[in-house]
Design a protein around this ligand. Sequence first.
Ligand code: SAH
Length: 363
Amino acid sequence: MSTLKAELIRLIRDEGPLPVSRYMALALGHPRHGYYMTRDPFGQEGDFTTAPEISQMFGELLGLWTAHLWQAMGAPVRFRLIELGPGRGTLMADVLRTTRIVPGFHAALSVHLVETSPVLRAKQAETLRGADPDWHDTVEAALEGPVIVLANEFLDALPLDQFVMTAEGWHERLVGLNGDGELAFGLALVGEDSLKLAAPAGTVFEQPYVALDVVAEIARHVAGHGGGALFIDYGSIRSGFGDTLQAMKRHGFVDPLAEPGKADLTVHVDFERMGQAASKAGAALHGPVTQRDFLLALGLAQRAQILSQKADAAQRRAISEAFDRLTQPGETGMGDLFKVLAFSHPGLPLLPGFDLHRVPEQV
Ligand code: SAH
């Protein structure tokens, strides 16, 4: 049994069942045994792969997007380029390389990273040597003056609470112990009368309060100080019900309660609610759209073509595979599953990648 699992079982025996958010927060962020605190989980050898790790094209297009936003902001002489949950630092490195040709951009920016994992901070320091980044524990600490915020697969790691509809109304879903003393899901005895949503028995409702707070805080900041933010993650364009908590290890799904601290735990992001939180805080919304639509609108196909012209046969195959992986729908690709939402100071025009001249599909 993992050390963290034993600790959680002890904690539940002493204090009672845990909200799903507390379980998630400990499984991912426990100072000694949390999943992200102890390892570099990315790539073939790791547990999962992300878009910037699949291809440099992803970060290059985001670099162009970032430079465009900076110009739309009036090219401020100082601004913070902030990334939330930068993983290995690959995305930021690609963004910085691509934007070197933009006059004045590098002289104006300072790099700020919001990262809790000491292992990944060390990796980011290595990747971003020369960029002289500052690290922050919280989003709040990173926000100052005009900002451009980038976040790929960050919101999906933030803890949320879950509620289940029963014959007696909504009850919070909790992590407790079963008859054998093993971790198991259960329901709070007392109902959650404040939830007024109608739904059939068995329905799960998720409350992503940490992600909503993060989005609202950044939206308030950009509305007041200028700038914008870009969030990419798997999730839905429209709000819905359902249990989206999932655990991943070695590129396959596992039981979320089986190995806390040893498997990645994520949830799907409800982009409709994130957008509502950002609008309410005073920012203008761009999207959400699918990752495929966003990357194609930014010129992914042209970028792949240019790179292929200079490549050998093996590299051309890799570029074409990366293109498919980033854009294909369904199970094989990230094109439909991943969504992109930006928000900005309300005085800014519609940002690149979102001007699709049509209503996004409901997926
Ligand atoms: N953006 C990267 C990594 C995504 S994985 C990529 O696309 O490859 C999630 C990242 O968020 C990791 O760097 C993880 O350590 C970080 N993270 C998770 N929870 C966090 C939190 N509460 N505060 C700050 N960083 C967090």
